[in-house]
Design a protein around this ligand. Structure first.
Ligand code: 6GU
Length: 238
């Protein structure tokens, strides 16, 4: 897979790309990541990429010129059609199924904005899908792009040390994770549940399933409704 990030702050990504699961996926060649500075596509002598909004109002708006040129330049650098993702709080809310879908493509372009937003013609004049990582406001798309990259890369076959780890994750079967323990058996008076020490793999699996269900029921009952009504809007009488 190839991921190109278009940003005004490419340096933000570098330590992340050297660390942990994503870093290992990069060094082993599972994913190739390109960082492009949108400012390299500014033409005036101040290298400006933003301007004041027509109609007035506070803040600055990311201008079309440098963004279009950066996306077009990166898209022309190799064969195939990249999926272009505009990171914005106005986008579709990211969830694990959106991540799985993105992970199925060969090539992604992640476009990070800054300032008060993008000129509307960036949304309508370019083939982009808009993605948000949650209902809160970030000052730029960079932190969101890091989230997207982490979630996508760990799904690539071979990215996790233990091959079926991703299948056991929270959300993969629509439930939160069951409680996990490691040594020591007792820590500050808190013991590991006996069943996990029993060696009975059938009972352990049943206990974990029950724990995952109960935890989801208590903390995220909305996830259980989503499981019971795939497609979201279907009612109980289906
Ligand atoms: Cl993708 N970008 C920004 N700027 N803020 C956000 C977001 C993205 N997702 C949630 N908040």
């Amino acid at each position: 897979m190839r991921i190109d990030v278009l940003t005004l702050f490419p340096e933000v990504f570098e330590p992340f790309l050297r660390s942990s699961i994503v870093g290992r996926a990069v060094s082993s060649g599972l994913v190739e990541i390109g960082l492009t500075n949108i400012r390299d596509f500014a033409h005036d002598r101040h290298k400006s990429v933003d301007d004041t909004p027509f109609g007035g109002g506070p803040g600055m708006v990311m201008a079309c010129g440098p963004v279009f040129e950066a996306v077009e330049s990166v898209s022309a650098q190799r064969e195939g059609q990249p999926v272009r993702v505009l990171l914005t709080p106005q986008g579709r809310l990211m969830d694990q199924s959106a991540v799985r879908e993105l992970a199925g493509h060969e090539w992604l372009i992640l476009l990070c904005g800054h300032y008060e937003g993008f000129d509307e013609r960036i949304r309508v004049g370019m083939d982009v899908r808009e993605l948000s990582i949650g209902d809160y406001v970030l000052s730029g798309g960079e932190a969101a792009a890091l989230v997207v990259m982490d979630a996508v890369v760990r799904l690539l076959p071979g990215a996790l040390g233990h091959e079926d780890s991703a299948e056991h994750d929270s959300f993969t079967d629509g439930l939160l994770e069951y409680p996990q323990y490691t040594r020591p058996r007792e820590f500050r008076g808190m013991a590991v549940p006996d069943i996990l020490l029993s060696g009975d793999h059938g009972k352990i699996a049943a206990w974990r399933r029950e724990q995952a269900l109960e935890r989801t029921r208590q903390r995220r009952p909305d996830l259980l409704e989503d499981r019971e009504a795939p497609g979201g809007s279907r009612g109980e009488d289906d």
